[in-house]
Ligand binder design. Structure first.
Ligand code: SAM
Length: 353
């Protein structure tokens, strides 16, 4: 029995200030539309494509059954370049899980257990409901709201849930006994951490600390090279530093100062993201920092390339039809503007060594 009104003894939920407040407010206030209404989205082709890319990433790098069978092949990795190495129990940390858009994908990947976390509390409730109403194979799941870029995961989860602490220290006695994660997934959310170096480091600490060695960190982020190419292509005297098309819009605030952290732009995506502050993630900077947390890149591709690489694949080709990215005749569900918007993003995988 849920309390229908705010508890009068509790102070009202504090609104977060600054850019983070804008981000949280935006994601908390977006309605969780049902499957039917979703089909009416003007960018349904692009949404389906993004979901297909995430399915490819999850299946290739985070599917315990597939990974186990593939690891038996001669090259140790089946037919893929940078093939799945995950042979663990299938315990996943979905950081920035939002409304739980990947809950079905995790079920299909036959994971055993999922920990979902996001700064937007409303989204976390929706993710939990989505998980509760899953049909078919079920996995254990625990959800919590937390700012993962300023707080350690232990602020929201019991240490036993997070797993063995690889940095076990006898003196501090912080030895944990649970299973570590096999996979950490950050889909379309990691870039918000690049507001400051402290936030990016806190995020990486949360990613790596409870990930087992050999475990995989997968994600999707905007493609910095492409964003900066567009910025450079604007006329030198332009005062409006924006570009895009009918589907997406990006607006930088200035042209010349390009810091590694806090390089801000405003992002709009039709029927998805209103106008939210985001930060450029420079790949080299990210890779260099990730190495300090024992994370090493094994895959990085633009979304267009993910498409080209897998369109003929015996599993991912037909999946594209089932997920309505293309129709049975191979006709794309995306118009040109959606296809261009799709390539704002890159997909990545890192391995913890
Ligand atoms: N991963 C989900 C998906 O693919 O459908 C949601 C992606 S949504 C574009 C970005 C998510 O990042 C939002 O749910 C937002 O609340 C979350 N986010 C932003 N900053 C965060 C932070 N500091 N800690 C945790 N989550 C954050």
């Amino acid at each position: 029995s849920e309390e229908p009104y705010p508890d009068p003894d509790q102070p009202p939920a504090k609104k977060l200030a600054g850019d983070v407040g804008v981000v949280v407010e935006h994601y908390n206030s977006r309605p969780d539309v049902g499957v039917v209404q979703r089909l009416e989205s003007p960018i349904i082709g692009l949404k389906n494509f993004n979901n297909w890319v995430k399915s490819v990433l999850i299946t290739r790098f985070a599917h315990p059954v597939l990974a186990a069978s593939k690891s038996k092949t001669a090259n140790g990795g089946g037919s893929f370049r940078g093939a799945p190495r995950n042979v663990g129990s299938g315990k996943v940390l979905d950081m920035g899980c939002g409304k739980g858009g990947d809950m079905t994908k995790w079920a299909k990947a036959r994971v055993k257990e999922l920990v979902g976390v996001d700064i937007a509390a409303v989204s976390i409730d929706q993710a939990r409901s989505r998980w509760e109403s899953l049909r078919g194979p079920k996995y254990q799941a625990t959800f919590a709201a937390l700012d993962c870029y300023t707080k350690p995961l232990t602020d929201a989860f019991a240490p036993e849930l997070l797993g063995v602490d690889p940095y076990y220290d006898i003196e501090s006695g912080t030895h944990l006994t649970g299973e570590p994660f096999d996979v950490v997934s950050m889909q379309f959310c990691m870039h918000y951490a690049f507001e400051t170096e402290d936030k990016a480091r806190c995020m990486l600490e949360n990613v790596s600390r409870y990930l087992r060695r050999g475990g995989v960190f997968i994600g999707t982020i905007p493609n910095a090279d492409l964003l900066l190419e567009h910025l450079d292509a604007l006329p030198p005297n332009a005062t409006d530093l924006s570009f895009g098309n009918s589907v997406y819009g990006i607006r930088f605030e200035q042209r010349d100062d390009r810091p590694m952290f806090g390089h801000k732009y405003w992002f709009y995506l039709k029927d998805a993201v209103d106008d939210v502050p985001e930060y450029v993630v420079r790949w080299d900077n990210f890779v260099q920092m990730a190495a300090e947390y024992d994370l090493y890149p094994i895959y990085k591709e633009e979304f267009h390339h993910v498409f080209e690489e897998h369109q003929e694949h015996p599993e991912f080709g037909p999946l594209m039809v089932r997920m309505k990215v293309v129709d049975a005749n191979g006709e794309s569900a995306m118009d040109e503007d959606q296809w261009e918007a799709a390539n704002i993003y890159i997909a990545f995988a890192f391995e913890k060594r």
